[in-house]
Design a protein around this ligand. Structure first.
Ligand SMILES: NC(=O)c1ccc[n+]([C@@H]2O[C@H](COP(=O)([O-])OP(=O)(O)OC[C@H]3O[C@@H](n4cnc5c(N)ncnc54)[C@H](O)[C@@H]3O)[C@@H](O)[C@H]2O)c1
Length: 359
């Protein structure tokens, strides 16, 4: 485990500890006290302050990169070069070309990869995807994706998503990167490759506290984006990302409309319930709530399990199974690179105020 802070504690480590086929042997953080604290909490035998020491540990077969965004590429590359399978938090890189290069490196070395696209591992989203795959929704016409919550509505809540040295003289893409990377991946998983995008980014809160800097800063962080999508299949899509739309975490909603039916997965934790799923057939038209069977959930979890743990227990166990059983990879670095390419295209569409083709 590389990185021993909030998301490692809330999502990744509970996933490994709950899965008997995985054994966390070492944890590393440059703030070594954080690594020590989580080693104690989760029963991890070895603690390192430098990733190179962890990568030299022969017992480590797979590395989990859960560090700040601007470090993912270098740490993932180093782990692959050391012969380890890698799970990386998203996004993999700041430029799509770098993400494709590290995806190719993994393939050349015969190593497995997974991107931390959390919401692919929601039971509701997996059911929705299964309905697309088995034809229950028919031909797909429209896909709508939202990731919006009010996490950064309060300008005094410190924002961590600004890379050191990011230029301050123009809009800094942020929600479209952090939230949008998830959404475009989900939409691509449902409806196939994107052919073209148009989009608009905006800064709604002009002054805010940025982690590590004193007081409120005048900083044009992009805290909301909308985009239109033409898929290669001819389907239409629309997406919205927002740091400042009132509503709870994670604030993901995926709506898919096809010739035979429609489904809406709503991943918004409310009154202790992590998510809901509804389905309407073309015949009956009214959306009905769908209750998933216990097998749709990781062992010992249900709709009342906190969502980071619920989704990461699935993500982690599926990756471990892919490595140990040699089964088909899903949600790899290549998917991360494709997502990055699409996010870059939305940013370009905004900057040049035009449609951008991806084909
Ligand atoms: N997939 C999701 O839904 C989701 C949700 C939340 C966060 N995230 C992502 O997870 C990552 C971690 O999030 P967080 O909130 O825990 O971040 P954080 O910045 O609070 O913690 C990251 C930790 O990594 C450590 N670190 C930095 N460089 C390191 C290095 N070279 N080697 C070892 N440790 C190093 C830091 O000291 C820190 O303790 C981020 O990229 C974030 O965007 C993803």
């Amino acid at each position: 485990m590389l990185g021993a802070h909030a998301w490692a504690e809330k999502a990744h480590l509970p996933g490994y500890v709950a899965y008997a086929r995985a054994n966390v042997v070492a944890i590393c953080d440059i703030e070594v006290d954080r690594a020590r604290a989580l080693a104690q909490k989760f029963g991890i035998p070895r603690v390192y302050a430098d990733h190179r020491e962890l990568l030299a540990d022969a017992e480590v077969e797979m590395v989990d990169v859960c560090t700040p965004t601007h470090t993912h590429l270098a740490l993932s590359t180093a782990a692959l070069e050391a012969g380890k399978h890698v799970l990386s938090e998203k996004p993999l890189a700041e430029r799509a070309a770098d993400a494709f290069a590290v995806a190719r490196l993994a393939e050349e070395r015969g190593l497995r990869t997974k991107l931390g696209f959390t919401f692919r591992y929601s039971p509701a989203i997996r059911q929705l995807h299964a309905w697309i795959a088995d034809g229950s929704l028919g031909d797909i016409f429209h896909v709508h994706g939202f990731e919006q919550n009010s996490q950064f509505l309060d300008p005094d809540f410190p924002l961590r998503q600004v890379a050191p040295g990011a230029p301050r003289d123009r809009l800094i893409p942020s929600s479209v990167v952090g939230y949008g990377s998830h959404l475009v991946d989900l939409m691509r998983w449902c409806a196939g490759d994107f052919a073209a995008v148009a989009g608009s980014m905006h800064n709604f809160i002009p002054e805010r506290v940025v982690r590590g800097e004193p007081g409120r800063q005048p900083i044009a962080v992009e805290d909301g984006t909308v985009a239109l999508v033409e898929f290669g299949s001819g389907a239409h899509g629309l997406l919205q990302t927002s740091y400042i739309a009132v509503g709870n975490y994670p604030g993901v909603e995926l709506r898919v409309y096809g010739s035979k039916g429609a489904a809406v997965a709503r991943l918004i934790e409310e009154r202790g319930v992590a998510e809901t799923l509804t389905f309407a057939s073309a015949h009956d038209v009214e959306f009905e709530a769908v209750t998933l069977p216990p097998e749709a959930f990781p062992p010992d979890t249900d709709l009342h399990t906190p969502w980071p743990e619920l989704y990461y227990r699935n993500l982690v166990r599926f990756f471990v199974d892919e490595i140990l059983d040699g089964t088909a990879p899903e949600c790899t670095f290549f998917d991360g690179a494709k997502s990055q390419e699409i996010v870059d295209a939305i940013v370009l569409a905004h900057r040049e105020r035009r449609w951008v083709n991806l084909a």
